[in-house]
Design a protein around this ligand. Structure first.
Ligand SMILES: Cc1cc2nc3c(=O)[nH]c(=O)nc-3n(C[C@H](O)[C@H](O)[C@H](O)COP(=O)(O)O)c2cc1C
Length: 371
């Protein structure tokens, strides 16, 4: 448990480096594909995030650090001046609404991308295509074989992550979260079935971890380690990942980064009873954010509160929730008071526009109070 934690209750403040979070609930990063075609955040997005500004911390959605890292249409970027200006209006809207601190997630898609989306052939640790289709402006298409990254590509990409982090700070974010989870580029380097490299960036656990460690170190050097988090998803097989040696790799990764003074480590699908979670908690000396494993078909009637409290008891410092925040702009108040939660409306996660985005109702009492 982090020494700076004031108490272990979900609704009490938490000190994250120089930031004070009003509660322990983190809005998990969620790609909502409401950006402009060039990846610039829109006024609609400012409204959506401002509605959720009572979270303890908001981790804003995956944003690409360069053109080739783009995953799907209308995802956000953080590599042009327009991206900075777009995100600035979002950050300012959240600040005016009462202001959760905000981190921006930086994500490179690697092989999870398509020339129809980025105009470029995707790059990856090895030329192994995603065994799936990718959503494009003209519908789902077979993934293409990615180009194997050269050492020069690796150096350039690390630099792009650092530059993106500087841009995020320029836009007003309090920090960035490096996306090492869910089968995107960093995860592709970590996993043995997507990384077949024979150079220093592949092979052994240390080799496969190297790119992630170098990205984190470059970003930390660019903006300060206390403004950098890392998201991981040990054992998650999404996007064709084989989590074969997760039990070895992730403790080693956590151990390698333990003395870097990072803002936090963030674990997806954390399970309090899983030995790997307990091991990482023991190894990781700083703030640990845990995203509980909730049912996939629909969020639970309690909005994830029980799962959140179990993880706090198991040693997590902060709890990330995704879909509960998506469907409940005033989630913190609902969980605090035990009020019923809105269910997620199907089919409206990625389709663009205001429906299923900014029209989830707040509790009447809060609406009346102007929240
Ligand atoms: C619509 C949607 C978009 C998501 N986009 C991202 C993303 O951009 N980055 C990321 O790391 N995870 C993303 N996720 C995963 C969530 O952050 C979270 O880990 C997942 O939804 C499980 O948490 P939950 O059960 O509380 O929803 C997304 C999930 C959803 C539902």
């Amino acid at each position: 448990m982090n020494e700076t934690a004031l108490t272990s209750d979900l609704f009490t403040p938490y000190r994250l480096g120089s930031l004070t979070l009003e509660n322990r609930l983190v809005m998990a990063p969620m790609t909502r594909t409401r950006a402009a075609d060039d990846g610039t955040a829109t006024p609609l997005m400012a409204t959506y995030y401002a509605q959720r500004s009572t979270a303890g911390l908001i981790v804003a959605e995956a944003s690409t650090p360069n053109a080739v890292g783009k995953t799907y249409p209308n995802t956000t970027g953080i590599h042009t001046d327009a991206h900075v200006a777009g995100w600035r209006q979002v950050v300012e809207a959240v600040k005016s609404a009462g202001g959760a601190p905000m981190f921006l997630q930086i994500q490179h898609g690697g092989r999870v991308g398509h020339p129809d989306n980025s105009g470029l052939t995707p790059v990856a640790p090895s030329p192994i295509p995603l065994p799936d289709t990718i959503h494009t402006p003209t519908g789902p298409k077979e993934a293409v074989v990615p180009r194997e990254m050269t050492l020069e590509d690796i150096r350039t990409t690390i630099g792009d992550f650092a530059a993106a982090a500087r841009r995020a700070i320029d836009a007003g974010f309090d920090g960035v979260e490096v996306h090492g989870a869910n089968g995107y580029l960093l995860h592709q380097f970590l996993a043995p079935n997507t990384n077949r490299r024979t150079d220093d960036y592949g092979g052994s656990v240390a080799g496969r971890m190297r790119f992630v460690v170098e990205v984190v170190e470059a970003v930390a050097q660019a903006i300060g380690p206390d403004r950098v988090g890392l998201r991981i998803s040990p054992g998650n097989t999404v996007n064709g990942i084989d989590g074969a040696d997760a039990d070895v790799l992730y403790p080693q990764l956590a151990g390698t980064l333990a003395d870097h003074g990072l803002a936090y480590l963030h674990i997806v699908f954390a399970d309090p009873g899983r030995p790997l979670f307990e091991r990482i908690r023991t190894i990781w000396p700083g703030t640990l954010i845990a995203n509980p494993t909730l049912p996939q078909d629909q969020i639970p009637a309690d909005g994830g509160k029980n799962a959140a409290e179990k993880l706090l008891t198991a040693g997590a410092d902060l709890i990330a929730l995704g879909r509960p925040f998506l469907a409940n702009p005033d989630l913190v108040e609902r969980l605090r008071t035990g009020a019923p939660v809105n269910p997620v409306r199907d089919g409206l996660m990625y389709q663009g526009g205001p429906d299923g985005y900014i029209d989830y109702p707040a509790l009447p009492a809060l609406t009346a109070a102007g929240a």
